[in-house]
Design a protein around this ligand. Sequence first.
Ligand SMILES: O=C(O)CCC(=O)C(=O)O
Length: 283
Amino acid sequence: MCFTGDLSQEELDSFHSNGFLVIESFASAEEVRCMMERMEELLEGFDCSSTNSIFSTTNQRRTTDDYFFDSAEKISFFFEEKAFGDDGRLNQSKQLSINKVGHALHELDPVFKKFCSSEKIAKLLFSLSYKRPAIIQSMYIFKQPGIGGEVVPHQDNSFLFTEPPSCLGLWLALEDASVSNGCLWAIPGSQKNGLVRRFIRDDDGVHFDKPSQTYNRDEFIPLEVRAGSLVVIHGDLVHQSFENQSRKSRHALSLHAVETDGCTWAADNWIRRKRAPEPLRAS
Ligand SMILES: O=C(O)CCC(=O)C(=O)O
């Protein structure tokens, strides 16, 4: 049975206590298949020689080019840091070299748009008391076998800040995610400690306003989930994922929603849109 309706009180309590919630079978096998097949087509059409932009959370300098900034309203392709050999060429096919595709699949691609603006996504957000939620970014994350890079501990409100903070992560497993292929890890309840730092864009590019905090590895628990499961992530929850050193990929669709009713988008966020995002509608 796929998710169709509201969250139960028990699910809401669990989300508020832990800062995350796993909804199994949120997406049907058919929805997952359609999005994965569509991504294969998009990759087929991607000309590798058009960009060599790398996505890295360990090397911030690599994420500050115009290709990255412009991706807020485009479908753009970012390579794994370890995709290239010393000669600057890809060590494997482009299909196995891309770290992620973002950040406007939910607006520009009909297959992803259908899922992202579906009634169940809207209902979920309304169940969490959002009044006029909008998806502000979408990422198809590959976590490639062998070279899938780590995502260092972070809070999503750092990157997608509204006043007051309202970011919510919706992370859909398109393939089974386990400790061996780089599943999400989170510190349960860490959202209660509030936002530690912000990722600011200014005339010099992007930077954090404070140094990173050190987290103890054993505070984190793994969120191992089956394909089709959705992990709902509070904007202040500290979460991360490790390198994928296995031979299995771990594809996921990561969406981030914000409240547009009574919350103001911060002008110094990395995303500076020309058009306001479209709010999700109740049917
Ligand atoms: O998919 C991953 O490995 C990390 C994704 C994540 O942390 C996010 O989308 O906020």
